[in-house]
Design a binder for this molecule. Sequence first.
Ligand code: NDP
Length: 264
Amino acid sequence: MDMQLKDKIACITGGSVGIGLGIAKELANEGTHLALCARNEERLQDVADQIRSEFKVKVLAVKADVSKMEDIQNFVKEIERSYGGADILVNNAGTGSAEKIMTAPDEKWYSYWDLHVMAAIRTARLLVPFMKKRGGGAIVNIASVCAKQPLDYEPIYNTTKAALVMFTKCLANELVHDHIHVNSVCPGLIITPDWKKTASILSRDLGITPEEYLDRVAKDLAPISRFATPEELAKFIVFLCSPLASYCIGSSYYFDGGFIKSIL
Ligand code: NDP
C-alpha cells in the first residue's frame, strides 16, 4: 500500500531508541525525512547516521529536553531552518514513574506534566502553523493503556497520560478543518531496551532470568501473553501519520494485546 508519505517531513520527539526509533525507521522506509530529538546527543547522532545510510532520507537530529520550552523552541527553529516546517508530529518522548500520591512532591507532578502534556501542547503550537501553510498534516500523541487502566505504582504517569488523551481530543476538534488529523495511541507492553534493563534488575531478586521475568509480566497483564515489538507498533502509527487516515479524528487507539479489560 502506498502510504503517501514520500518526501514528507516528520518530527518525532524521543526518536533515539525504543518506540520512537521504531517509528523513525518505519517512516524512513516510506521515504519520509525526519527531525528527531532526545537528550543524549551521542546516541541520537549515532542513530541519525544509521538511518541516513540505511534509508537514504534526510535526518535532522537535535539535542533537546522536551520538558523545557526553550529546547522545544530551538528544535522547531532547526526544523524551520532545515526543512521550512513539518507535515507530521509524533509526540513520543515519555517515561514511567513510581510513587504514592500521598508522598510525591508537587515538583514531581509538574515535571511529568511538562514532559507528557506541555511538550505535546508546545510542539503542536509551534509546528501547526507550518502544517496549515503546507495544506494539512498529522499529529500522533503516544499515550499508554495506563491512561485508561491505571497501574498502581505510577499514579503520576497514569494521570498525565490520561490528560494527554484529552488534549488530543480537544486539539483534533480545533484543527479538523485545517486538514490536520490528530489522534493518540495507547500502547500496552512494547519491548524496549528499558524494559530489558528493568527485567535484568528485578529478575535477580526473584531468582529467575530476565526472559522469565518478561514472560511473567506479559502473562499477568496481556491476554496475548507476549510483548509487542516497536516495529509492530510503528507500522500502526505510520498508518495514522498517513493521509490515508484523514478520517481518524481525535480517537485513542489501543495497541495492547488485550491489556484493557473493558469495552468502553
Ligand atoms: P524509551 O525509554 O525506550 O525511549 C524514550 C525516548 O524518549 C528516548 O529516545 C529518550 O532519549 C527520549 N526522551 C525521554 N525523555 C526525554 C525528554 N525529556 N526530552 C527529550 N527526549 C526524551 O521509551 P519507550 O520507547 O518505551 O516509550 C516511548 C513512549 O511510549 C513513552 O511516551 C512511553 O510512556 C510510551 N509507552 C511505552 C510503553 C512500553 O511498553 N514501552 C507502553 C505504553 C506507552 P533520551 O533519554 O536521550 O532523552
